[in-house]
Design a protein around this ligand. Structure first.
Ligand SMILES: Nc1nc2c(ncn2[C@@H]2O[C@H](COP(=O)(O)OP(=O)(O)OP(=O)(O)O)[C@@H](O)[C@H]2O)c(=O)[nH]1
Ligand SMILES: [Mg+2]
Length: 213
């Protein structure tokens, strides 16, 4: 079996060393809500650099973009009709470093209908973005097969710096998923990107932030 290389130390946030960092973002097993100018409070001895990323979510209507953001960061006060930006703090420890970092993730979520209707929304979502999350649903095979077209619609030749992440939602939801894990399905275009399916995020994130779903 091929050796697995991790960028971040798995399980660190739940280890004794990660505990103070977890406590700074969680209260009574729920993520703390931070205001615009607030950030997690850590004792000076545990202060760490903040690394900020802007992530943009794309995917056909109903695939679960807003639900994923709500699951990660707490529900928005209303269903967004335009762009909704949610900020998440996420402490982690890079494997290559002895020092943890505090990720500050800005999740830009925009309804697919609004994105198609108003031309100015997509450039705003992509402006200075670091990554685009392309969502498909395990219960909707078309949402998976449409991913190459979606990427073509969202990405320009001038976007090579934009990291692309494919995220599967609604797995397993009982029954047989209409999209299978790695190796099962690889529509043309996705296979060229080296993508054959995704491990859904929920499993790994749930290990870090208990009781969030
Ligand atoms: N149970 C469950 N329901 C989900 C999940 N993801 C999405 N849903 C449901 O699917 C429906 C659509 O999800 P949304 O998050 O609103 O979809 P969206 O991608 O934001 O859609 P647009 O904003 O129209 O582009 C909602 O009723 C969600 O509750 C999931 O992982 N589990
Ligand atoms: Mg939405």
């Amino acid at each position: 079996m091929a050796e697995q290389h991790w960028a971040l130390e798995p399980g660190w946030l739940l280890s004794p060393a990660g505990r103070p960092y977890l406590d700074s973002i969680v209260h009574k097993n729920q993520r703390r809500a931070f205001g615009l100018l607030e950030r997690p409070a850590l004792p000076p001895a545990l202060a760490v650099p903040t690394v900020t990323y802007k992530l943009f979510l794309a995917g056909r209507s109903g695939v679960g973009k807003t639900a994923l953001v709500a699951w990660l960061g707490g529900p928005p006060p209303f269903v967004p009709t335009g762009i909704e930006v949610t900020t998440l703090f996420w402490p982690a420890k890079p494997c290559c470093s002895g020092r943890p970092v505090l990720f500050q993730l800005h999740l830009w979520d925009c309804g697919d209908g609004a994105l198609r209707k108003f031309e100015h929304l997509l450039p705003a979502c992509k402006e200075e973005a670091d990554a685009a999350l392309f969502l498909f649903s395990f219960t909707d095979r078309v949402s998976f097969e449409e991913l190459p077209a979606l990427m073509g619609r969202v990405l320009d030749p001038g976007d090579p710096h934009l990291v692309r992440v494919v995220v599967g939602t609604k797995y397993p939801f009982g029954g047989v998923p209409k999209v299978t894990h790695g190796g099962g399905i690889a529509p043309s275009g996705l296979s060229e990107l080296g993508i054959t399916g995704t491990e859904n995020m929920h499993t790994s994130l749930h290990r870090c932030i208990p009781n969030t779903c």
